[in-house]
Each structure stands twice: as structure tokens, then as C-alpha cells.
Design a binder for this molecule. Structure first.
Ligand code: HEM
Length: 500
């Protein structure tokens, strides 16, 4: 046989094996898995070749994007998670749908959610949802698993202890004051002023995490898609337009962080590491003299990227939704202002004073329940396992739709859809029929490491706004929440501000 024949035979064998694998992966396996789930009583939309349920999700989302709500209607699920609303009604609380050819089990039963989130044995590793998000977050705390995650969490933990965070309050209020003096300057001309608050809060929270980063990191430039992912993960390696943009942004971010970090390390004896969160991180990561660093420079950079992307958008949208709810509930605006005046007077709030703002805290928790910036989290099954009495195969995605669970009447009672901060009067654990029902920061060992940081920042900014301004929603506002990794108002938050 000639060489050409041998090459042709080898190519044919490779193609045949590839076609066989594709057939198994894209046809046989999904049908076999569907059969096994059905035998256990778990139903869901039919698997469609290659795209699974992604086509239907896209279609339902596009329909949802055209909807707007009344300002007192908090049920944005038909816009943000319309597929889940539809399928829960058809198939019940636990069902299976398809992210491409991967089974995706939707888990909305709080007891089963608890089983997943409180596991400490590594049964449910993180699912790398969207390659663009993964690239920008880097291999920091959010996306690592196992021993790597333990090492990172241990190193970073001290940056978030309460004393350090109380010290950060000064930086937070300094940044907030500078933002508000711009508003005051506009108001000096008299009357009221209209300000688009959501973009202002984005700048503010970026500033608090790292001064100087915000100019370069306009997340809007990335055009990141939603969190459901693509049908084939391998697409992330192709030089598509979106990938090229993500790679370019990632390179810029790395270069910029590297510069900032090097300057801070070089000047640490004279200027310290800096009074923002990056400063605290560097202090926690930097080795004492002579010790080997716990994290390499690359890992520190990834961790900084993680903190930037995990921390600034989320907190800014919490502030956005809190301001929206303050303006649509004037009675709460008055009550909170009274509390702030009582505890802080006209002074810049200290860490201790913030601790005493009980009503503000309840208000923010209810904001997080109804408009939590993270509306969905995912895990995957690390092996074939039993989940809430159902046998789930290895590699299945587990979707925990926080926003949907936060509206479940069986968990939160008949008034689940209403804005009622008083439900948190006796603390988070007593607000619902289950102690771990509030999932805005997730729960268990992998819950948000930045939650106290975010709550302190949100309390400080809300208190400072209430000390200075009256908020009234602009008639231009359109109530259309959308989820682009985090939950935000589709058309921003134009707000009328009046001096007190
Ligand atoms: C309102 C603001 C915030 C919300 C709603 C929020 C929400 C969350 C949620 C739901 C998770 C779990 C993600 C998952 O399981 O896949 C998480 C994890 C995380 N968050 Fe936040 N977050 C906020 C603010 C912050 C801030 C300010 C920082 C840092 C400065 C931060 C850093 C992180 C990190 C590093 C993790 C991963 C923790 C781990 O896996 O050990 N977050 N956050």
C-alpha cells in the first residue's frame, strides 16, 4: 500500500472515531440520560440536537426583553429567567434541561440547595459557566476548587476581617463624599438635579476596590453575554470577534494590574500598600521577610481581577436597586433617614455607627432578596451521585436560580412578591420558613467572601445619600431589570435629587 493510501486510511480512521464520539456525545448520551431521569420521575424540555434548550432560552429571553414592569411590580422572572418560570410550571421544582448536550438540573428546593452549597467534600465543583467571564475573573477564588481554593481563601481571608473592614469605611466614605460633592455642585445652581445613578455607583465601587482602575475597566466594552454558556466549550479557543475582544481586555487588565501592583510593592516602605481593597489584598498576599510567598505574582494578579470583577459590579447594582426602592417607598426613605440622623447626625458614618443602622440593614437585605445582583449560581456534579433522592450523572450542571427561589411562597410566605423589609426584623435566619433561604451571597463554605465589605459599603453610601438628598424617581425611568452577569436596570436609573 502506498503512503498516500496509508495517510488516507489514517485520516478516515480519525474521522470515523470523531464521528462516533460526536454521535455518542450529541445523540446517544442525551437520550440515555433523559430516559434515566424520566424513570426517576424527573422531567423537562426535550433534548434538541446540539443546542439542547439554548434555542428556546434565547427565544424566551428575547420575548422577555421587550417587557417592562410597573415600578411596584418586583416579578422580573419572566424577563430574566423566563425559561425557568415556564418549566417549573410544567415540570415541577426539580427538572432537567439542556445546555447544549450537557444535562442541567434546575434545583429550587431549598433543602437540596443546602445539600449542594454546604458540601465540604468536593462533590459539587464550580461550573465554569461562560468562557468570557472565566477569562476575566482569572483563576482566583471564585473559580478555583479543591486545595487551590483552600490556599487562596486562607491567604485572602485576613483582608476581610472586621477590623480591616471598619478601617476601609474611611476610604469608602471618602470616595462617596467626592461623588456627592459633584452632585452638590450641580445642585448649587438651585432646584433639583437629575442624575443617572447606576453609572455613578459603578465608578464609585470601582474606586473603592482600587483607585485608578476604573478608567481602564469599562465592563460595557466587553459586551459579555448572559450566564447560560455556549453549546460547545471548545469555541472559546477560536479567534471569534468576541473572543478577540475578551483576550485583548484581559491583556490590558493584566498589564495594568501588574503595573499598579509593582508600584505599590516598590513603594510599600514609604507609602504602604494603599488604602483601598487592593492594598489590603497585597498586605495579605505579600510574604513576611524571608518567607516563600503563598501566592505567585500570576496568582495575585488573578486574585485582583477576581476581586475587581466579583466586587465592583455587584456592590454597585445593590446600591442602584436600593436607591430605586428608596425612591419608590418614600415612607421607608423617611424612616431610614430618621435612623441615620439619630445614629450618625450629620457626621460621616463610622464603622461603629453603621453597625447600629438596624432599619437600613433590613432594607438592604430586602433589596438583596428582591433585586440581588447575582440572580443565579451553578455547580456541576464531580461524580455520579445522589441529589435529593435523584441519581445525577457526573458532569451535569446544577443551576440554583436564586431570584426564583427568593420569590417562592412556600419559602417566604404569601407576601413573597412584596417589598417588606420588616420580614428581616428578627434577623436573616428567621425571615423565611427555612434558615438558609436568603441566597444573595450564596451560603456555606463557598459563600461570598466580600459580603461584609459590600454591606458596609452599601450602608455607608445609603446613609450619606440620606443625610444630604431627597430621592425621587425620574419620570424617564423604565422598570426593566436585565441580567448581564449581574442584575441591572436595562435603561439605567435616572433619579431626581433635591437637597435637604
Ligand atoms: C452585593 C454585592 C455582592 C453580591 C450580591 C455577591 C454575591 C456573591 C455570590 C452569590 C457568590 C457565590 C458565587 C458562586 O457560588 O458561584 C459570591 C462569591 C464571591 N464573592 Fe461576592 N458578592 C458581592 C460582593 C463581593 C465583593 C465586594 C467582593 C470582593 C471585594 C466579592 C468577592 C467574592 C469572591 C472572591 C467570591 C468567591 C468566594 C469563594 O468561592 O470562596 N463579592 N459572591
Amino acid at each position: 500500500m502506498g503512503v498516500a493510501w496509508m495517510v488516507a486510511a489514517a485520516v478516515a480512521a480519525v474521522l470515523a472515531s470523531w464521528a462516533f464520539n460526536a454521535l455518542v456525545h450529541l445523540v446517544w448520551r442525551p437520550y440515555a440520560i433523559t430516559r434515566r431521569f424520566r424513570a426517576q420521575g424527573v422531567r423537562g424540555p426535550d433534548y434538541r440536537f446540539f443546542t439542547g434548550s439554548l434555542g428556546e432560552i434565547k427565544r424566551l429571553r428575547a420575548e422577555g426583553a421587550a417587557v417592562t414592569l410597573d415600578v411596584d411590580d418586583h416579578d422580573f422572572i419572566p424577563m430574566v429567567q423566563p425559561h425557568l418560570r415556564k418549566w417549573i410550571a410544567l415540570y415541577g421544582k426539580t427538572f432537567v434541561y439542556w445546555t447544549g448536550a450537557r444535562p442541567n438540573v434546575c434545583v429550587t428546593d431549598v433543602n437540596v440547595v443546602r445539600q449542594v452549597l454546604f458540601d465540604r467534600t468536593g462533590l459539587y465543583p464550580k461550573n465554569l459557566m461562560n468562557p468570557h467571564i472565566s477569562r476575566l475573573l482569572g483563576k482566583g477564588l471564585v473559580l478555583t476548587d479543591g486545595d487551590d481554593w483552600k490556599r487562596h481563601r486562607k491567604v485572602v481571608h485576613p483582608a476581610f476581617n472586621m477590623d480591616k473592614l471598619k478601617m476601609m469605611t474611611a476610604t469608602m466614605s471618602e470616595c462617596a463624599r467626592s461623588m456627592m460633592s459633584e452632585w452638590e455642585a450641580q445642585l448649587a445652581k438651585g432646584g433639583e438635579v437629575e442624575i443617572e445613578l447606576s453609572s455613578r455607583f459603578e465608578e464609585l465601587t470601582a474606586d473603592v476596590i482600587s483607585h485608578g482602575v476604573r478608567e481602564q475597566l469599562r465592563r460595557g466594552e466587553t459586551g459579555l453575554p448572559g450566564a447560560e454558556g455556549a453549546p460547545i466549550p471548545a469555541l472559546k479557543y477560536l479567534p471569534t470577534e468576541k473572543n478577540l475582544r475578551t483576550w485583548k481586555l484581559d491583556k490590558q487588565v493584566r498589564g495594568m494590574l501588574m503595573d499598579i501592583i509593582k508600584t505599590r510593592l516598590a513603594n510599600k516602605d514609604t507609602a504602604g500598600y494603599g488604602n483601598d481593597l487592593l492594598g489590603l489584598m497585597l498586605e495579605a498576599c505579600a510574604p513576611e521577610h524571608g518567607e516563600t510567598p503563598m501566592l505567585s505574582m500570576d496568582e495575585i494578579i488573578d486574585e485582583c481581577k477576581t476581586f475587581f470583577f466579583a466586587g465592583h459590579d455587584t456592590t454597585s447594582h445593590l446600591l442602584t436597586w436600593a436607591s430605586f426602592l428608596l425612591s419608590t417607598h418614600p415612607e421607608w426613605q423617611d424612616r431610614l433617614r430618621e435612623e441615620v440622623r439619630r445614629e450618625c447626625g450629620d457626621e460621616v458614618p463610622t464603622g461603629d455607627a453603621l453597625n447600629k443602622l438596624k432599619l437600613v440593614n433590613m432594607f438592604l437585605l430586602e433589596t438583596l432578596r428582591l433585586y440581588g445582583p447575582v440572580s443565579l449560581i451553578q455547580r456541576k456534579t464531580g461524580s455520579d451521585l445522589d441529589l435529593g433522592g435523584i441519581r445525577v450523572p457526573e458532569g451535569a450542571i446544577l443551576t440554583i436560580p436564586i431570584a426564583t427561589i427568593h420569590r417562592d411562597k412556600e419559602v417566604w410566605g404569601d407576601a413573597a412578591g412584596e417589598f417588606k423589609p420588616e420580614r428581616f426584623e428578627n434577623g436573616v435566619t428567621r425571615a423565611a420558613k427555612y434558615p438558609n433561604a436568603l441566597l444573595s451571597f450564596s451560603s456555606g463554605p463557598r459563600s461570598c467572601i466580600g459580603q461584609n465589605f459590600a454591606m458596609i459599603e452599601a450602608k455607608a453610601v445609603v446613609a450619606m445619600i440620606l443625610q444630604r438628598f431627597e430621592l425621587e424617581l425620574s419620570p424617564k425611568y423604565v422598570h426593566a431589570p436585565m441580567d448581564v452577569i449581574t442584575l441591572r436596570p436595562r435603561h439605567g436609573l435616572p433619579m431626581l435629587l433635591r437637597p435637604l
